[in-house]
Design a protein around this ligand. Sequence first.
Ligand code: FAD
Length: 301
Amino acid sequence: MLISDIFSQKDLVLSFEIFPPKKAAALENIDATLAQLCRLNPDFISVTCGAGGTDQNHAPIEDRTIDVGRRIKNDYGIEPLIHLTCLNYDKADIVTILEKLRAESLLNILALRGDAAEGIVPKNDFAHAKDLIAFVREQGGFTLGGACYPETHLEAADRVSDIRFLRQKVDEGASFLISQIFFENELFFDFVERCRIAGIDVPIEAGVMPVTNKAQIERIVSLCGATLPAKFRRILDRYADKPEALMDAGIAYAINQIVDLIASGVDGVHIYTMNKPQVAARICEGIENLIDRSPAQESFA
Ligand code: FAD
């Protein structure tokens, strides 16, 4: 099913993000995680992808993403969204990847620029995600989404140009956007308003990451620049060394955030699960009666 159809049919979309295991051998173990996540019946599950290169078995890095996507679709009947970066690929590489995706009927792509990776020399065909979006659209047959940044992308010159470039992604063919994590809803609401003023009228899903590990969240925040509100910082400081308490507090914070997002009419909530189905399950339990669990219908138009 095309993810654009899911957004057009549902007032509120619920999706998860997972990452493929780093070691090829651990791929087999992903099934237990997938089984638990799929039981929660999200509208789709997105699968991250490294920014090019090969894994320890010298296989292209994207093969693991495709493998996990195939399992989600074929074994669990949930629609996968395949992340695809472009900075370290050329057009021929992307054509090859699109062929692999077509062969597996994986037709929903989150088109990303990616970041420079150690040991990989960037190629010159795609400077920005919008170039990948335009190229894939020309190839035909795929639905495309893009990433967006409520607190502005770290490399952006300013907030205005970041939104202008986001508009270009949509004009090139991104039919939905998924946001970077944020912990302060007002920043997201302000961002969505600025997008709408700029004529960006596609659905914008809010990215929420439940915090269950202080070191991990601090690393992620240092990479993406998300603001840590004082009440969130107090949770981290108080429960840093009490994993079970941090888990309870982190899940409660995420549920609070999501309830406020839903009450404000957000298009969708994308939970960065960090491959922890038990955390996703507790969040889903907390918002059970706030979400519409009926599946979207395939459109054959
Ligand atoms: P772009 O849209 O190209 O934007 C990057 C920067 O360039 C921005 O500062 C923008 O303002 C600027 N820009 C855009 N267009 C122009 C232009 N025409 N001229 C000048 N400047 C311009 N990374 C991974 O490696 N794998 C993943 O699976 C992955 N998944 C992600 C999922 C989500 C939901 C998000 C939010 C991010 C994800 N990332 C992932 C991280 C992402 O690759 C990085 O944030 C990257 O730095 C930017 O990617 P982008 O697609 O937003 O880039």
